[in-house]
Design a binder for this molecule. Structure first.
Ligand code: SF4
Length: 452
């Protein structure tokens, strides 16, 4: 019997895409193998691994997050036995590390199918920040489930496509038939809610409709058993969600227990959307908003992608005032996305993303270890803007948005924005916090762009 340890080192990052779940999926798959004995160390630290009195034939290390770099270096120097890696492919390649042989499409599908069987064993990592949407409303656990893995789109800021590039036709894989329905059944069976971690559930409307119809059937069975109905969250992209509702409408989504659909608008500015290589357009987004009033939508945004300006932030803010989420709708989740005063994910210069090499020509990389909630990159398009105060009177309740980012509004409130100085000047004088302050002032409509 081969003895394998899967190690997911602790990180301060919240799950960033499906590859943050790879160790769980691999563990779930290897548990099905008769010739392998596998242990899983979630949220591991070098200290805890150092004290382990067990040895293994192979250590499979999950490498998916920049803050794990140090622990990985420790593991390479200290673990005795073969070490292989699973997770974000460009990280593994960057350091010439050995890819784990067990991570292939067959085992990925096996891991997805059996993921619900390991729910009870897991202590950490099952909840992504998105699941917190349900938490205030419903105390039942929210479990992750993958019915598909990967994404056929190629948004330029996104690490998902480069992670699956080598898999060609398997860039996005889906569970089908019995495996699909049994995993859904198992996932909901203990009165759980579910977060579908699929990057885009709506790629194939007919396949999605099969899932919806099965969920409705389960809800009806629950009703007969006098059990509380369940809720689920799913992700889609504008184009695919639009195609789905055009074909099948929204009634099935509502009946099946859809609690929230997360969709990336990223920016309202069509030119900037094009630069990001986003699929879908504002016409489709308007159609979605008009025709899915009963389904809460969580509109995700990206800030500081090359091309961002004060004007693009102004128009994103205006749009979110109309169609954004309210804190009350958002459960326990961080109020950093989907709101007029939530800047969303700051664009991260992730290794391997499209046009990575050109990023330093279009802006300044602020750190080699980018994270989501503080700026890691600032584009010249933004640094070159000259802010001017608008006539809008400051509403004190807006201070909360600055507080979310630990920015003291009062510290900067007397700065002179008269269109004479570029943002680059304020940044050099006051540091990175001023970038967030100015971006928020633009989102909230207190500044506009002066002449170049
Ligand atoms: S739709 Fe775009 S942002 Fe979303 S997972 Fe796919 S490539 Fe990434």
């Amino acid at each position: 019997m081969k003895k394998i340890a899967i190690i997911d080192f602790a990180t301060s990052e919240v799950v960033r895409g499906s590859f943050g779940y790879d160790s769980y999926l691999l563990y779930s798959a290897l548990k099905q193998k008769k010739t392998i004995e596998v242990d899983f160390y979630e949220d591991a630290t070098p200290f805890r691994m150092h004290r382990l009195d067990k040895t293994y034939d192979e250590y499979i290390i999950h490498f998916w997050s920049y803050p794990q770099f140090e622990s990985i270096s420790w593991a390479r120097a200290n673990l005795k036995g073969k070490i292989t890696y699973v997770g974000y492919k460009p990280f593994i390649d960057k350091f010439n590390l050995e890819h784990c042989d067990y991570w292939n499409t067959k085992n990925l599908l096996l891991g997805m199918e059996h993921l619900p069987n390991i729910y009870k064993e897991m202590k950490y990592g099952l909840m992504s920040d998105c699941d917190l949407h349900i938490k205030s409303h419903d105390k039942r656990p929210v479990y992750p489930l993958f019915t598909s893995y990967g994404c056929p789109n190629n948004c330029k800021f996104c690490p998902i496509p480069p992670n699956r590039e080598q898999y060609g036709k398997d860039k996005r894989v889906c569970l089908e038939g019995d495996a699909l329905f049994s995993s859904i059944h198992e996932s909901f069976k203990d009165n759980n809610n579910v977060h579908f971690c699929d990057e885009d559930m709506f790629v194939n409307p007919d396949w999605m409709q099969n899932i919806i119809e099965y969920l409705i059937l389960l809800q009806e069975q629950y009703k007969k058993l006098k059990r509380v109905s369940f809720k689920w969250i799913g992700l889609g992209s504008v184009n695919t969600f639009y195609n789905y509702i055009k074909k099948y409408g929204t009634e099935g989504l509502i009946k099946s227990g859809c609690h929230l659909i997360e969709l990336g608008i990223e920016t309202k500015d069509e030119m900037l959307r094009k630069k990001m290589n986003k699929t879908g357009d504002m016409k489709q987004i308007d159609y979605i908003n008009k025709n899915t009033k009963k389904i809460p939508k969580f509109w995700l945004t990206v800030t500081f992608f090359p091309g961002e300006t004060i004007t693009t932030l102004n128009i994103m803010g205006e749009w979110l005032c109309k169609y954004g989420t309210t804190p009350e709708q958002l459960g326990d989740r961080l109020i950093t996305n989907g709101f007029v005063g939530g800047l969303g994910q700051f664009f991260q210069p992730y290794d391997g993303i499209k046009d990575y090499k050109e990023l330093s020509e279009k802006g300044i990389i602020l750190t080699e270890r980018p994270v989501r909630l503080i700026p890691s990159y600032v584009p010249y398009s933004f640094l070159n803007c000259k802010p001017i105060l608008t006539d809008k009177k400051f509403n004190k309740t807006d201070k909360k948005w600055f507080g979310t980012y630990n920015i003291d509004y009062d510290k900067y409130k007397d700065l002179i924005f008269d269109g004479k100085n570029k943002i680059a000047y304020f940044w050099k004088t006051y540091g990175t916090d001023i970038l967030i302050y100015i971006a928020l002032m633009a989102r909230l409509g207190y500044i506009r762009e002066g002449k170049k």
